[in-house]
Design a protein around this ligand. Sequence first.
Ligand SMILES: [Mg+2]
Length: 311
Amino acid sequence: MTANAVVQLFSKGTKTSQQWQETTAQDQGSFFCSFEATISTAEASLTLLGCHQKRTRSDIHAIETADGVEVIIQPLELYRLHQQPGLAVFDMDSTLIQQEVIDELARSVGRYDKVAAVTEAAMRGELDFEASLRARVAELKGVSTDIWDKLKAEVITFTPGARELVQFLRQRGWKTAVLSGGFKPLADWVKDTLGLDYAFANQLAVDEATGTLSGEVLSGTLVVGAALKKELLLQLAIQNDIPIERTIAVGDGSNDLLMMGAAGLGIAFNAKPKVQEAAPVRLNTSTLLDIAYILGFSKQGVNEILTTDDP
Ligand SMILES: [Mg+2]
């Protein structure tokens, strides 16, 4: 099957990464049409030398490595749909915020190393998410419930571009949600701070007598893992009358892959290597706002919308 595709090149790792060039090309099934490009960082410009068929994704990887760019390919039809308001769902830890909250909770009771190693393995997809979550939550027994305010005030930092991207999407009429395998007190705060429409996350049981976490997930609540994230994406799309093609899902961990696969466009943002391999689209730049460019908006267009007051 032959379909028109949009190929976008992003500069990697710079503070002001931007869309370098965009053009249409032919995406022929497993064959990617790609570009030979020269990058002049001094002039922040890109010269297209030509377009010719490449056989494998590894050829694309080679171009990315050699030229320090990120190559993003989307079907043209899908790309055009982004101009209409849609639904954007985001993972929280290491996506909207720069920390893994469960590790920070463990740090407060001196168990950071033990828990962080398990989190890392779980996010790489080496462990069953739910079982590993319950095992890590058990290590949180005795953490004071004061911890949430402390984390908000002193520890949690938002990923560059998170506020701007959410603001941009809202101004364009998109619905937004955080779907987190982390915890509700933080996810609700992230929702309120960024102005998201929805927050879903795990709930922890509290020992009211001591004001500490009991080390268990609240009974009767579902663990927000890969399957539930996907289910929530589908539910929110139906609830808001948004076709699934007009949804995007952004995350970094293996528990985000199912929702990324179900969304119209799944984006792995600075993700674990295995997640990058499996994700529909990979973005390894320094700001989440680059997603606005993936959706087809120009830097100027984004700036214009961001400087407009909320209606
Ligand atoms: Mg994450």
